[in-house]
Design a protein around this ligand. Structure first.
Ligand code: NAD
Ligand code: RM4
Length: 253
């Protein structure tokens, strides 16, 4: 019970890593608010799963790229659950595309969802924590892509480096309020975001072969690390990044 009676807010939590993190938070004793975007059925399913675990849950629809969604998510979460102890910035997209003909709109949307969205949401959550006056924990889902490049990810990898950098600066800005800010850098986790990319058996086998632990990650592999960073067990961690990649980054030759 790492998060007993805490209130945890997570963006992009209808699917994948966000969904697993929401459910893990509930398993660890938290009430959970999820931000979702045009995914009502999946959102209702996550809420039901959390309630089955005996915890309270609320889903708030909103596009993280819009600044107003942040105020709305925090306000409606506080109305429903009373406060914010933990905020997890997870929502993200990766529309795989080559560099030389990257459409401006694909670049712009990826930046706005992944980086601006993380910024607006983190800022709104931090303001609520400061108002409460007793600290908090913020965890952002960055990526191994903050450290390495990807041929079809020239629009995406800078956002993931940016998200980690945001957590470092927020750790500095918010330490005086007892708010810890850290990031998790997942390796390759099998979710909808890379389903098409990994549907090529040759690519999937190649990616699996690069991972010393011999398999792609599962959303639950990330959720447990987020729960740790959000908990008092990580009470002296701030501005840190935890790579959770089955050893992939270390596997150079
Ligand atoms: P996913 O596609 O399963 O989930 C993404 C979630 O974000 C979905 O619930 C989606 O509805 C939501 N979302 C998308 N656009 C949104 C918006 N504008 N506003 C609010 N919500 C929005 O993918 P995932 O793998 O679970 O990705 C979650 C995070 O993990 C992303 O930030 C991604 O960059 C990061 N990540 C994933 C991997 C991986 O290999 N899967 C690796 C490293 C980092
Ligand atoms: C991650 C990493 C994974 C990729 C996802 C979409 O940051 O690059 O390999 O599948 O993004």
């Amino acid at each position: 019970m790492l998060l007993e009676n805490k209130v945890v807010l997570i963006t992009g939590a209808s699917r994948g890593i966000g969904r697993a993190t929401a459910i893990e938070a509930a398993r660890q004793g938290a009430d959970v608010a999820i931000n979702t975007f045009r995914d009502a059925e999946a959102a209702a399913d996550v809420v039901a799963e959390i309630e089955r675990l005996g915890r309270r849950a609320v889903a708030v629809d909103g596009d993280v790229a819009l600044p107003d969604s942040a105020a709305d998510f925090i306000d409606r979460s506080v109305q429903a659950l009373g406060r914010v102890d933990v905020f997890v910035s997870n929502a993200g997209i990766c529309p795989f595309h080559a560099f030389l003909d990257m459409p401006v709109e694909t670049l712009r949307r990826t930046m706005e969802v992944n980086l601006h969205g993380a910024y607006f949401m983190t800022q709104a959550a931090a303001n609520q924590m400061v108002k409460q006056g007793d600290g908090g924990a913020i965890v952002a889902i960055s990526s191994i892509s903050a450290l390495v490049g990807g041929e079809m990810q020239t629009h995406y990898t800078p956002t993931k480096a940016g998200v980690h950098s945001l957590m470092q600066s927020c750790a500095v800005a918010l330490g005086q309020y007892g708010i810890r800010c850290n990031s998790v850098l997942p390796g390759t986790i099998a979710t909808d975001i890379n389903k098409d990319d990994l549907s090529d058996p040759a690519k999937r086998t190649y990616m699996e072969g690069r991972i010393p632990l011999g398999r792609l990650g599962r959303p639950e592999d990330i959720a447990s690390v987020v729960a740790f960073l959000a908990s008092d067990m990580a009470g002296y961690m701030s501005g840190a990044a935890l790579l959770v990649d089955g050893g992939a980054f270390a596997n150079f030759q």
